[in-house]
Structures are given as C-alpha cells and as structure tokens.
Design a protein around this ligand. Structure first.
Ligand code: PEP
Ligand code: MG
Length: 869
C-alpha cells in the first residue's frame, strides 16, 4: 500500500488521505505558489500504525527515507550533514482542521555537531543556536511529553535574570547555555538523552504525531466538534524555511478577509525574526500585516497577490501561514478560514456580488447552527453608557457575555456544572483549557492576538471572546486579576463585549439582536430554494411577532396550556378541574372563555392571513393544581370546599405515569366541554378578528395524542358542530380545519384511518420519540448523558431526530396519510423542527412544513434551503 506521497503527487481533492494540510500544500505546489518541498504520510498510515499497536513498520520507514533522499536531491543538501544540514519540519494534518490540537516539531535534523556547521554556513550563529534550542524544546515537549511550561518558565527566568524583554535579546552564549540546560532537563525528567541521530529524531517525531491523534485534548476537541475518531492524521515532512534568521525574516498568519467581520481586506499578523509557533502562541505581540508594507514592500505586494490567487482558486476565504526567509516569501499552509457567523454571512454575500460564487453556493456556505450567533443579544446601549469600563482588548469573537470569573478550566467547568454563568479569565489559553472554554459564556485573555489560541477556538465555538487585554494583570495562581489598583477575585462578575473588545465590571444588561441587510439577503435567497414551509411554535402574541419578524409563515403549534397558568384565571381553571358536576364545570369554563378568546384574538391579529394551528389542551390536569399544604389550604378557601375534599380530589387526579396517562385527547373524551369551550373561543376569536381587522384568518384546530381514529372522529365531530354553528350565525366567513398530531406510534401505524378523520397531520416528535423509545421525556435526562458518553446514542434523540427508528414512523405515517388523501398537509412541530439534520430528513420525507421556536426560524429557513439544494 502506498503510504507516502510527495507534494507533487497530491491535490486538494485528496484531503481524506493526505489531511487538510498535506492536500493543500500539494495543491499550492501544483498552482505554482512558493511552497518548500516535502511529502506526506497518509491518514491510512496513521490508522495502520495505531491498529498494529503504535509501531512504524520497516516498509514505511524505508518509504520515508526514500522520499527524504528526493528532498536531498532537490535541495542539494544532506539530512544530517555536518556542514550544511537539510532540516525538516514534522507536522500533523488532520482531515478536518483541528487548531492547536495536534503537534508540530521544527528544525529537525540538528544536533550538537551540525548546529556548528549551520552557524558557519549561514554566518549566523545566533540563528543556528536559536533553531537548535527550539528543536530541543519542541522535541522535549511534543515527543517526550515534558510539559511545555517547564521550558517556558526556564526561558522566562533566564530573560528576567539577564533583564531582557524579548526572546530575540538572547545571545549566542545564552543560547548555548540554554541548550545544555534543556538537554539536562530532558535527561532529568525522562532519563533519556536528546537523540543526536537525525534519523532517530525523525522517526520518533513521526510516531509522536501519529500517537497524538489519540491524546486527551484531541479527543476532547473531536467530541466537542462531532469529528469522528477513526479518521487518523496525516504527517507532513517538509524542508524548513526560516523566519528566525534576522530582521529580514519573519513568520505570520493571515486571512484573505477579516474573519470576525468578513470585510474584504487581508487580515493578519506577523513577527519579525521569529519561527512558526511564536505568532499563535501569543508570546510576543505580533504586528499588523499592513506594517509589512512599510518594512518589505515587495514581499507585501507578492503576499497580497498570493492571497488573491488563493481566493480565486479555492473560491473561499483562506487562512494562510507563511514564512519570510531573508526576503523570500514561502507558504506553509492554506485552509478554509474559520469565521464568525457574521463574517460568514458577509463573505458569502460579498463573494456572490463579486461574481466569485453563485447564490446556491452562498446559501450552502453558512452553517445553520451558526445563525443563532447572529440572533443572540448585545449589550443595551443605555446600560453601556453607565457601565464600568475596565479595559479594552481585541474583539476576538463577537457577542455579549456576563458571568462570574474563574481562573482555570477546571474551576470554570465545575461552576458551570453548578449552574453559574462563567467567564474564563486566563493570561492566554492552551488546548488544555478546552473544557472550561466550552462551558463558559465568554473568554478573556490578557495576552495574545487575533490568531491566539483563545481567539481562534472561541470563534470556532461561536463564543464571545476578548483577547489580549493588556491592561489586565492575571494572577492565575492566586485566582485574582488586577486593573490599575483594583482587584477582582474569583466569582466577581464581569461582562465582555466580544464585538468591541470591551471589558466591564459587573453585570451589563443585554438586548435582542438586530438583523443586518446581508443576513436578510441570505434568508431571502434561502426562501427561493426551500420547498418546505417554516412555521413557528408560539403561545403568545409577543412570541408570534418575534417569529414573524424572523420570517415564520404560520404558527404550527400554539400550546394552549400555558395560557391557563395566568394568575388571574388559574382559579377558574382549578374550579373547572375540581368541579364535581357537569354544570359546575360548565360554569367555570364560561369564566375562562373570554380569556381564551382574547388570547386567540391577540395571536390572530399578529399572524393576520397566516395559518394558526391551535392545539387543544394537552397536559394531565393535576399539573394545574397546587402541590404544597399551604397552597392547597388557600385553594380550598377560595373555592369554599373543605380541605379534606380538595385533597381527595388531588389524590384522585395523581397518576403513576402522567406522561402516559390521562392527557391529550383522553381529556377531551372525558371532559368534552373543555375542548368545546376552546373551539368556541378559537372560532369566535377568528370571526371577530376578521370582522374587526379584515384579515383572512386561518385557524387549524389540532387534537393531541390521538392513538385511534375513533378518538379523533368523536372530537372532530364535536369541534365541527360548534364551529359550524358559530359560522352560520356570523356575518363573515373564515377558513378553519380540524386535524391531529401524530405522536403515538399506533397513530403512525394506522395513519390511513386517522387521515380519513383529519384535515392535516402534525408530527409531535417529542412525544413520538418518548413513546417509540419507551422512556419518559421528563426522566430521560438522568441517563441520556451516560448513553452519550458510552456512545450508545450518537446524539440526544430529543434534540436530533432518531431517523432510523422514530424516522420510520414519520415516513410510514406520511405514506399512509397521503395514500388516503394525496394532497394531505403534513408538518412537524416537535423540537426537531428547528434542528438542521432533522430538517433535512423532513424535507426528504416530503413534509409540507416544519415548525420551531421563534429563534430557530431563521436556522430552519436556511437548513430547509440547504436540504433542497
Ligand atoms: C410533541 O410531542 O412533539 C409536541 C410538539 O407536543 P408537546 O411537546 O407539547 O408534547
Ligand atoms: Mg406532544
């Protein structure tokens, strides 16, 4: 099997074999960009290496050395040469980019002898010894597993001792001392010598990168980002170019457009006289890419041209790593740049307008889940004016976050698990902080730039982040931070504005998001492509209005029970429940009627000509009754019945399994007058709104929890009787229909018979999931996390539709319903109606619409368009 490919042999389409980095290095070589020569060990080589117990087979080693010989020929240098050694880098390259997760070793091939040769050959001993120092440091950390901070702390102490500000102040003599001390450190910690044989260095490095596929932080990143664990990583071995030769050398990272805002302008940072990781690590503060224009105008010009070539070629925003070696530009990586949702939208629309991509591509470019970032709140302007501004850092990832400060990942994660709002405050973050970052509302660092770990990872997560707020001094050990003479302790509140970089003391209140023109464009384009309708689940005029503003085309579920909890009317609801005769119940319901009618009028007015699907009462009655002794006593007094009597009624209503008990249409069968009152209220409200406002009100009455067609036919006939009587006496006409939810497996399996009694179906996938799996919605939380941990479930089935099981019932019921009535209207109103992968499934199943909570409406519009494209 071919496990090694030279860059000439690869191309961008070979990503799954060569990893993202390898495939793109090959592609860039192919289109003539300046890429240092190299070769790639495939992801299959990694998988094989892991399968056979983490060993490198002889055949693979041979292949590596053959390719190394090719490099030697190309560069006319020898690996391990004592006078002019060929040096290489070894880097991981996963198929799906995993920033900061995997490991890199630079300057491989140097040893005690060849470092002297390099110093002489380049007439630059400082450079040679600095390179060797870096090799030993990275090798000690990545390959031998000594914590990076041991080396970093040593360097810091050394600089303090010598009173230096920068790494670049270290002299050759200092470096020689450091090299010796680093070698001793390795010996002390690991009881091995730093290997002098370049071949040995290379093979150990390759092994370390392959093995790092399964290190804890890589696994955690994959878990968080839904990346499969069996992809493996490629390894790239590439000839070194050096950014640390002097002040006409440097290294940097850049995006072809601004990754935070999407602005069409190259955005990046670089450091002079520095190598690889210095920029990302946030150790020195990098310079803005535009400054390169002053320092090396020709290189800058060439670089700008390269960014244009790359965007034209890849037709997407690129994230580039480059090195300048003595005035020569080299590219070390390109990949699709991660961006905020805001930037994603702006870039997609701009590129469409520039003619680089078409509308379909623009719509496909945006991750529906990311849309929620745009719908999320900002700080209130008025509040900001009086807010206590502490410092301003970089606007690394937009949004607004408030919470209590914690100073390490573990404390942050623990506090979040205890239900606290958390802001993680660090000097800078590293991959070890991932868990705390995931759990925090926002992240604040005092060091590092826009491409520092904190900034990159937070943007990827869509999490608010302010980076490099230099006015803040963080003392992680004592869990404090200082701003001038003020001290902030663990659990103090702060607020972060990730869109401006501002940091405030205390809590700052937030407002709803505003929608930009570009966002509206993407939404309108989505509407051109999608074939499914997008409705909303809304129980109040206010929710309905929010949803309409987000583009909802109707209400797919108005849950009426929430209306019953209003403090004024709950007493009538309770009176109705404890009534011991039809007459008394009727009396209580008469009191409720005007409230219900007003509820519906409010909603119809907002929805105007759009369909409003109202579900009749669903939950078991005991949910409306008081629980504790004091409230029971109070209710007994209010209703003027003895407390013993009330307690008896409450006991009677108590159920063993309320979710499977006396609820939904079963209540309608037992107490027909409840549903009758609700139907009367719906139809009366519709008639009045039509009369008063002139809207073409459309009322869909929906009966929940039906399991047999008989239940439905009885309740439907009752409803029609009431509605038609009201319509007969009315001066206007309205459209109404009576349908049902499909949320019980039996209903799905007998959907043809049920369809005969219904004007429409709406899948209640929450209950359908509960009943298909046979676990209760209210109790499943206790064990679902274990199921996810043990990978029994890939996803929580209450969030992401179980297409294999529950999905079959959806398909079956749709097929049977449409067999009975070919043009039958079918929708879905469970939580899954706002989840992109489920929406794709509903599209394939030919449903007419999905209905979801107001804030998910834009997500659903986009996901439905993507499903259709
Ligand atoms: C459902 O069961 O999916 C549904 C939408 O109804 P509820 O969540 O109110 O039971
Ligand atoms: Mg339900």
């Amino acid at each position: 099997k071919k496990y090694v490919y030279s860059f000439e042999e690869g191309k961008k389409e070979m990503k799954s074999l060569l990893g993202g980095k390898g495939a793109n290095l090959a592609e860039m070589s192919k289109i003539g960009l300046p890429v240092p020569p190299g070769f790639t060990l495939t992801t299959e080589a990694c998988i094989h290496y892991i399968e056979i117990g983490e060993v490198l087979e002889d055949s693979l080693k041979e292949s590596i050395f053959e390719h190394l010989e090719d490099l030697e020929e190309k560069l006319d240098k020898k690996f391990g040469d004592l006078e002019d050694p060929l040096l290489v880098s070894v880097r991981s390259g996963a198929v799906i980019s995993m920033p900061g997760m995997m490991d890199t070793i630079l300057n491989l091939g140097l040893n005690d002898q060849s470092v002297k040769g390099l110093a002489k050959k380049t007439s630059n001993p400082r450079f040679a010894y600095d390179s060797y120092r870096r090799l030993i440091q990275m090798f000690g950390n990545v390959v031998l597993g000594i914590p990076g901070y041991e080396f970093d702390n040593y360097l810091e102490d050394k600089k303090d001792e010598k009173d230096y500000d920068n790494d670049t102040d270290l002299t050759v003599e200092d470096l020689k001392e450091i090299i010796q001390d680093f070698k001793d450190l390795i010996k002390n910690r690991k009881n091995v010598e730093f290997p002098q044989a370049p071949e040995k260095q290379l093979l150990m490095a390759v092994k370390a990168v392959f093995s790092s596929w399964n290190n804890a932080r890589a696994i955690s990143y994959r878990n968080h980002n839904d990346i499969p664990h069996d992809l493996g990583t490629a390894v790239n071995i590439q000839t070194m170019v050096f950014g640390n030769i002097g002040d006409n050398s440097g290294t940097g990272v850049a995006f072809t457009r601004n990754p935070a805002t999407g602005e069409n302008k190259v955005f990046g940072e670089f450091l002079l006289n520095a190598q690889g990781e210095d920029v990302v690590a946030g150790i020195r503060t990098p310079k803005d890419i535009e400054e390169l224009n002053n320092l090396m105008p020709e290189v800058y010009q060439e670089f700008i041209e390269v960014t244009e070539t790359l965007e034209d070629h890849y037709q997407d925003m690129q994230d580039i790593e480059f090195t300048i070696q003595e005035g020569e530009l080299y590219l070390l990586q390109t990949r699709t740049g991660k961006r905020t949702a805001d930037a994603a939208v702006n870039i997609a629309v701009d590129m469409e307008e520039e003619g680089l991509i078409d509308k379909e591509t623009a719509v496909m470019r945006i991750d529906p889940e990311d849309i929620s970032q745009l719908l999320h709140p900002n700080f209130k302007e008025e509040e900001l004016e009086k807010a206590d501004l502490l410092a301003t850092g970089l606007a690394a990832s937009p949004g607004a976050a408030t919470g209590k400060v914690y100073f390490n990942s573990e404390d942050a994660a623990q506090a979040a698990a205890d239900g606290e709002d958390v802001i993680l405050v660090r000097k800078e973050t590293s991959p070890e902080d991932i868990e705390g970052m995931v759990e925090s509302n926002g992240i604040l660092t005092s060091r590092g730039g826009m491409t520092s770990h904190a900034a990159v990872v937070a943007r990827g997560m869509g999490k608010c982040c302010v980076a490099g707020a230099g006015d803040i001094q963080v003392d992680e050990a004592s869990k404090k931070f200082f701003v001038d003479d003020r001290v902030f302790n663990e659990e103090d509140y702060i607020s972060l504005n990730g869109s401006t970089g501002e940091v405030y003391a205390g809590v700052v209140e937030t407002t709803d998001a505003h929608l930009t023109d570009n966002f509206k464009k993407i939404m309108n384009w989505s509407d051109e492509y999608r074939t499914m309708g997008v409705y909303t689940n809304a129980d109040t005029p206010n929710d309905a209005q929010v949803a309409v503003d987000f583009g909802a085309e109707g209400i797919g579920l108005c849950r009426t029970e929430h209306m019953f909890f209003d403090s004024e009317r709950i007493i009538s609801v309770r009176e109705m429940i404890v009534a011991d005769s039809k007459k008394k119940r009727k009396k209580a319901l008469d009191k409720l009627f005007p409230y219900q009618k007003d509820d519906f009028k409010g909603i119809f007015k907002v929805m105007q000509d759009k369909t409003v699907t109202v579900r009749l009462l669903d939950p078991p009655l005991h949910e409306f009754l008081p629980q504790n002794e004091r409230d029971i006593q109070k209710l007994a007094d209010q209703l003027r019945i003895p407390i013993t009597e009330l307690k008896r009624i409450i006991d009677e209503l108590e159920e063993m399994n309320p979710m499977l008990g006396h609820r939904g249409c079963r209540l309608g069968i037992s107490y027909p007058e409840i549903y009758k009152m609700q139907v009367k209220a719906i139809i009366s409200a519709a008639l009045e709104v039509k009369e008063e406002e002139g809207y073409e009100v459309k009322a869909d009455i929906m009966i929940p929890l039906v399991g047999s067609e008989k239940e439905l036919s009885i309740l439907r006939n009752d409803a029609i009787e009431i509605a038609d009587e009201l319509l007969e006496n009315a001066s206007v006409k309205i459209d109404y229909s009576v349908g049902t939810m499909i949320e019980i497996p039996r209903a799905a399996l007998t959907a043809d018979k049920i369809a005969a009694q219904a004007d429409f179906f709406s899948f209640g996938t929450n209950d359908l999931t509960q009943m298909t799996y046979g676990f209760s919605r209210d109790d499943a939380g206790k064990f679902i996390s274990q199921y996810l941990d043990q990978e029994i479930f890939a996803k929580d089935p209450f969030q992401v539709l179980d297409q294999e099981g529950v999905g079959q019932l959806v398909e079956k019921a749709t097929e049977l319903g449409r067999k009975e009535k070919p043009d039958f209207k079918i929708g879905i109103c469970g939580e899954h109606g706002g989840e992109p992968s489920s929406i794709e499934f509903f599209h394939k199943t030919n449903l007419n619409y999905v209905s979801c909570s107001p804030y998910r409406v834009p997500i659903a519009r986009l996901a439905a368009a993507q499903a259709a494209l």
